[in-house]
Design a protein around this ligand. Structure first.
Ligand code: PBG
Length: 328
């Protein structure tokens, strides 16, 4: 018989051994669940390209959060979906204290003080141009945009948000937002920077959910070129120096190398945003019976953890939490 001293299959010979040597685990603690807010009451509209994901009016969103909290989900990221009548060139509604969004954040946090409530800072949901920064004569104005982002950050911090997520990709925004927060006494409000946010076609369903697609051009002058990896290190370096508590890679599945590279090079937690298009692909294939949706979901989440992410922002949070609970 052929004599092999190393037989890696020995560590795979039973389910008990496989469980013992498993290097990576997905846990409910890893998830942040994105939620979409709309006006009104008793409203729940399914997003057609994201089966199982809805836009909720506040009353139903509170019920949804309760259900998720009962499953053990601890983190939520709320995005507002606004009608065109609330949008303008300078995203004014984004820092209106009496807006549906800011008032809803206050209510969510007061009803669920123990959750980690996260928000997104960028102009696009409130911008008539659908861009993350001020658009003037076909150009995105970086430094002028920072002021608006700072105002949004302050309004959200005042509302009781735990983690602010600047997703705009303007230069210098983390440092600017940190200084605005600190000067106002919000030293305990965290910043999770969208550090390596790529100009990706995987955001399509999200833009449908918020009706926030750019009306002019694309986002390539601020979001990163999908071809670039070293550039993610430049962004990470700046964000960490400017005070980011956590750094994010987005999308996740086509960018696992970037997650790994940030994990290897920085000590702050790395976050992955498993974006709308990544959710839509799996759901669509599962609906057609072409893939086992649950297995592919868990394998995807596991791969994101294996690459080095500590936290996953994912539309699968609730489905995965249910599955993980059943397996306990
Ligand atoms: C807003 C923002 C986007 C996403 C999160 N925040 C869209 C974009 O930049 O166009 C995408 C999330 C997803 O696709 O799930 N700046």
């Amino acid at each position: 018989m052929y004599n092999m001293s190393r037989r890696p299959r020995r560590n795979r010979k039973s389910s008990a051994i496989r469980a013992m040597v498993q290097e990576t685990n997905v846990s409910i603690n890893d998830f942040i669940y994105p939620l979409f807010l709309i006006e009104g009451s008793d409203k729940k509209e399914e997003i057609s390209s994201m089966p199982g994901i809805y836009r909720y009016s506040l009353d139903l969103m509170l019920r949804e959060i309760k259900e998720c909290v009962d499953f053990g989900i601890k983190g939520f990221c709320v995005f507002p979906s606004l009608g065109d009548d609330k949008k303008d060139k300078y995203a004014t509604e984004g820092h209106n204290r009496n807006s549906l969004y800011i008032e809803s954040l206050v209510k969510i946090k007061s009803q669920f003080p123990d959750i980690v409530l996260m928000t997104d800072i960028a102009m696009d949901p409130y911008s008539i141009d659908g861009h993350d920064g001020i658009l003037e004569n076909g150009e995105i104005l970086n430094d002028e945009t920072l002021e608006i982002l700072g105002k949004m950050a302050l309004a959200q911090a005042e509302a009781g948000v735990d983690i602010l997520g600047p997703s705009d990709m303007m230069d210098g925004r983390v440092g600017y937002i940190r200084s605005v927060l600190d000067q106002a006494g919000y030293t305990q409000v965290s910043i999770m920077s969208y550090t390596a946010k790529y100009a990706s076609a995987f955001y399509g369903p999200f833009r449908e959910a918020l009706d926030s697609a750019p009306k002019f051009g694309d986002k390539k002058t601020y979001q990163m070129n999908p071809a670039n990896a070293s550039e993610a290190l430049i962004e990470a370096d700046l964000d960490v120096k400017e005070g980011a508590d956590m750094i994010m890679v987005k999308p996740a599945l086509s960018y696992l190398d970037i997650i790994k590279s940030l994990k290897d090079n920085y000590d702050v937690p790395v976050v992955a945003y498993n974006v709308s298009g990544e959710y839509a692909m799996i759901k669509a294939a599962a609906e057609k019976g072409w893939l086992d949706g649950e297995k592919v979901m868990m394998e995807s989440l596991l791969s994101i953890k294996r690459a080095g992410a500590s936290i996953i922002i994912t539309y699968f949070a609730k489905d995965a939490a249910k599955l993980l609970l059943e397996k306990q």
